[in-house]
Ligand binder design. Structure first.
Ligand SMILES: NC(=O)c1ccc[n+]([C@@H]2O[C@H](COP(=O)([O-])OP(=O)(O)OC[C@H]3O[C@@H](n4cnc5c(N)ncnc54)[C@H](O)[C@@H]3O)[C@@H](O)[C@H]2O)c1
Length: 494
């Protein structure tokens, strides 16, 4: 029961530990913080005090609240002082043996039924708990950085964690005003597993020279993500990101879905680790990021026809109907949109050249995925290689009339956003299929843990699960790589 958790201990006063201490202390729990490096722990509290001072100045919290919070945190120098702890959260270095040694010590100090939790990002909770006499006492509480700000906490079930303790973990998260999701102890838990393609597929496309990294970043932000994959990797640290990828890949017995990128390996070898070293995918020496070149203004086609039975391009239809220069007509059946002799469809994982063999049209343009076509500032298109320049310009002109910046990409399967998002959806589906989490939690986790604009399962319904499966099957066919195999959970939903 939650009422039994009054005294909280946090081991490790680094980035995560001190943040977790702040979370508990701000909810009036008494928190003792222990770090091997006592001086560092004291400094960490002072840094927190300064940060809270600035929050007081900005009117975010009151001076009284700040003082009470700080009074609730006590830096201790001996583990023995933790004998009255109801909950111990460990946030020390990411090393199984070191964590096991710590918990072995702690079980001789704490109550028999203390709740033990680890904030590990990648180590099996089952493995850490295996050294305990009562492994049922141990759960994972995986906070996200910065812990006081990020809402998500993955409550991780080791093989022997008790149901009562997992329930208590969830209850605690609610008490701390966090959003808990339940995950089985498995590589990467939910977020670090499901998010792999966001980075991995972007780097694979960079390697395949599908587009430049700045173009991919611009397209992904336009598609709805808060940051593009390359900007985000620079922020996380290329070495950290590679290390998570390697851990998940090895733990999944080298499943090609999680294959790390050679590009990233080379960057780490060159000490290009991202923002922290001044250079990663981008250079941080004060220069502007490389500019993305959009299509020059073109004359739009005079008429355009929409398939009256499809809703995918409704936003465009609505907007164009108010445009006096373009005549909008409708047709029944067939392609989604038609401009002159060029059909326009959302990408389905085939190249335009492949798809033209089945749709009996002269030319084809495929549109990349955007979460919201109406508000996205960019439209990313590819054309079949024989499409005449005048036709292309007429199509480009229409999208410019819709106030879009236009990027023309290579005729590649699934373009960029569609490819990444379908793989993310596949990963979310596979996590559900394999009992890592449920449908609701996977959507919550990606929104609250990594700020995705919408849950991936919800996104799959928006795209249409049938279309997601078709896209993945086409990618699988094109690349012949098991990385693109469709999750049975998704296929079963078609
Ligand atoms: N940094 C993140 O973004 C993040 C996010 C989620 C989870 N995590 C996990 O949280 C844990 C801590 O990560 P961090 O980034 O805060 O690390 P950090 O390096 O900032 O801090 C770790 C602290 O633990 C102390 N320490 C090391 N061994 C100790 C021991 N045996 N006893 C007591 N203190 C010890 C160190 O002195 C250091 O102050 C790791 O397991 C990590 O995987 C990190």
């Amino acid at each position: 029961m939650l009422t039994q958790i009054k005294n909280v201990a946090v081991i490790g006063a680094g980035t995560m530990g001190i943040g977790i201490a702040e979370v508990a202390a701000s909810c009036k729990q008494q928190v003792k913080v222990f770090d091997l490096n006592h001086e560092f722990a004291k400094q960490a509290k002072q840094t927190m005090a300064k940060r809270l001072e600035s929050r007081v100045k900005h009117g975010k919290i009151t001076a009284d609240f700040r003082q009470t919070l700080l009074d609730n945190i006590k830096i201790i120098t001996e583990l023995d002082e933790l004998s009255d702890s109801d909950l111990v959260i460990e946030a020390i270095i990411e090393n199984l043996e070191v964590k096991q040694k710590l918990f072995k010590q702690l079980q001789n100090i704490c109550f028999e039924d203390v709740l033990f939790a680890s904030n590990t990002s990648s180590i099996s909770i089952t493995a850490i708990a295996s050294v305990l006499v009562k492994p049922e006492n141990m759960i994972g509480l995986h906070f996200f950085n910065p812990a006081p700000v990020m809402k998500l906490v993955e409550v991780v079930a080791g093989l022997r964690s008790s149901k009562a303790n997992l329930d208590l973990g969830i209850e605690l998260c609610h008490f701390w005003n966090k959003v808990p999701v339940l995950a089985q102890s498995s590589p990467g838990f939910i977020v670090n597993r499901v998010a792999r393609p966001f980075y991995g597929e972007a780097m694979k496309m960079l390697q395949e020279q599908v587009a430049s990294l700045e173009v991919m970043d611009v397209i992904m932000t336009s598609a709805g993500f808060r940051m593009g994959p390359f900007t985000l990797m620079d922020l996380i640290g290329i070495d950290i990101n590679l290390s998570v990828s390697k851990t998940v890949f090895a733990s999944m017995y080298n499943d090609p879905r999680y294959r790390p990128s050679l590009i990233q390996e080379e960057m780490v070898a060159a000490n290009l680790l991202g923002k922290k070293t001044g250079q990663g995918f981008y250079c941080y020496d004060g220069q502007d990021k490389p500019t993305v070149h959009y299509q020059r203004t073109q004359q739009a086609a005079k008429t355009i026809s929409f398939n009256s039975e499809l809703t995918v391009f409704d936003a465009f239809k609505k907007q164009l109907k108010n445009n006096d220069d373009i005549i909008v007509t409708e047709h029944q059946g067939g392609v989604a949109m038609q401009i002159n002799d060029c059909a326009i469809e959302v990408s389905n994982g085939q190249t335009c050249k492949q798809r033209l063999t089945t749709i009996k049209q002269k030319h084809l343009a495929q549109v990349d995925l955007m979460l919201d076509y109406e508000s996205s500032p960019i439209i990313h298109l590819s054309f079949d290689e024989n499409c005449p320049k005048t036709t292309k310009n007429h199509v480009i002109g229409v999208f410019q009339q819709l106030d879009k910046q236009v990027i023309i990409g290579k005729d590649m399967p699934a373009l960029i956003a569609m490819r990444i998002v379908c793989l993310l959806i596949n990963e979310a589906a596979d996590a559900i299929e394999n009992g890592v989490c449920n449908e609701n939690d996977v959507d919550l986790a990606m929104q609250k843990g990594v700020n995705y604009p919408i849950g991936l399962i919800a996104w799959s319904h928006k795209i249409g699960i049938k279309n997601v499966v078709e896209t993945l099957d086409n990618l699988h066919h094109w690349f012949g790589d098991d990385r693109y195999r469709v999750s049975p959970w998704l296929r079963g939903k078609v």
